[in-house]
Design a binder for this molecule. Structure first.
Ligand SMILES: [Zn+2]
Ligand SMILES: [Zn+2]
Length: 370
């Protein structure tokens, strides 16, 4: 079976929710031929599709790629150690913390609003400049280039917690050791998989968008900027080399480390622990894990997301913080994005599990824009 025949071709709003219509939302999908191919590629029910066998995923470039991944994943850990050591002598500078929070918010919302809700799921339509800005912001997060990120994520939705899912924690035999291995695999282990997700298959719309190709190709440059800019600002504001170093460690390495693991935890924790108030496909184990709300910027309401992936708001109930939805609402108010897929009470109630009815008060479930 070749890749095309194995491709899921029906990912509707309630299921994979990746690309289920032919309407480009803020993306240049490269004409009718590609649009038609997308519709065909992502139009049937994935439950009936035999997932990829390992040899159907192209091999990664090899050890160099693994080395780069190791550097990206474990490099920031060195910064965390340096930061902890430095705490004993000097404490932490307020400037370092402010820069860390600012860069966390920029790169984080670049991933959540840009890579995830805009590019992967088309939860809203963005003007070209906004699309570029969000994609660059997401590229500062050390989580891979935009197009590859989206391809992996779409494959995750198509095969959630079944063979073919790049980072499910549930593909072992169910024993204690298997569960531990599954959690580690879902968190960081999958990044070292020697197979790659086929971009031509999972993100042909993005591969046809010149802006996104350029931004993806510049990913190494954005990594340098992501660490260099805080250091430069630290030096410019404090006027000292120590100020530059502190900003590099805290707003660079530590910020990248925390953001990466908040994102990784959505793949691992939010498929293992937490509540499941909404119905998903049978194998899908996505959960809402409340403690991650602030750091994951609302991506922790992952059960709701898997139940209705195209919605631009994930924290839909009372006291469910979703800063990404607030940010998208702000962009909508100033006219930078449009056609936002805000949830409606009917959409949510249609997917709620018994016993998980929303509170009766209207404001608990209303879309962000009401
Ligand atoms: Zn998931
Ligand atoms: Zn998603």
């Amino acid at each position: 079976m070749n890749a095309t025949s194995a491709a899921p071709s029906h990912l509707d709003d309630g299921e994979a929710g990746v690309l289920d219509d032919s309407t480009p939302l803020g993306l240049d999908v490269g004409g009718a031929l590609l649009t038609e191919r997308l519709t065909t590629l992502l139009g049937d029910d994935v439950d009936d599709v035999r997932p990829d066998s390992p040899d159907e995923r192209p091999p990664a470039p090899g050890r160099v790629q693994a080395l780069v991944t190791a550097l990206i994943v474990f490099g920031p850990l060195a910064g965390v150690v340096a930061a902890i050591v430095s705490l004993f002598g000097h404490g932490v500078d307020a400037l370092d913390l402010v820069l860390a929070v600012v860069f966390y918010a920029i790169a984080g919302h670049g991933v959540t609003a840009g890579f995830h809700r805009m590019l992967a799921h088309r939860g809203f339509k963005a003007r070209r400049g906004t699309k570029i800005a969000l994609s660059i912001a997401g590229s500062l997060a050390f989580e891979g280039a935009a197009i590859g990120w989206v391809a992996n994520h779409r494959q995750h939705h198509a095969y959630t917690d079944r063979p073919g899912d790049p980072h499910s924690p549930h593909l072992g035999d169910g024993g204690p050791w298997s569960k531990t291995k599954g959690a580690i695999h879902a968190h960081v282990g999958w990044l070292f998989d020697d197979r790659t997700t086929d971009v031509a298959r999972w993100a042909p719309d993005l591969a046809a968008d010149r802006d996104l190709v350029v931004i993806s190709n510049l990913f190494p440059v954005f990594c340098v900027v992501s660490l260099g800019l805080p250091a430069l600002l630290g030096w410019a504001i404090s006027g000292t080399a120590a100020g530059a170093l502190g900003a590099f460690v805290w707003a660079g390495l530590v910020r990248v480390f925390v953001l990466q693991h908040a994102t990784f935890a959505v793949n691992s924790v939010c498929h293992i622990w937490g509540k499941r108030p909404f119905r998903t496909r049978s194998a899908d184990r996505a959960t809402n894990f409340a403690p991650l709300a602030l750091l994951s910027m609302g991506e922790n309401w992952h059960n709701l997301h898997h139940s209705n992936p195209r919605l631009a708001r994930h924290g839909v109930d009372r006291r469910q913080l979703d800063s990404t939805a607030r940010f998208i609402r702000l962009l909508e108010l100033v006219g930078l994005v449009s056609q936002v897929r805000w949830p409606t009470r009917e959409q949510l109630d249609a997917k709620r599990n018994e016993g998980c009815r929303a509170p009766r008060r209207r404001r608990d479930v209303v879309p962000v824009d009401r």
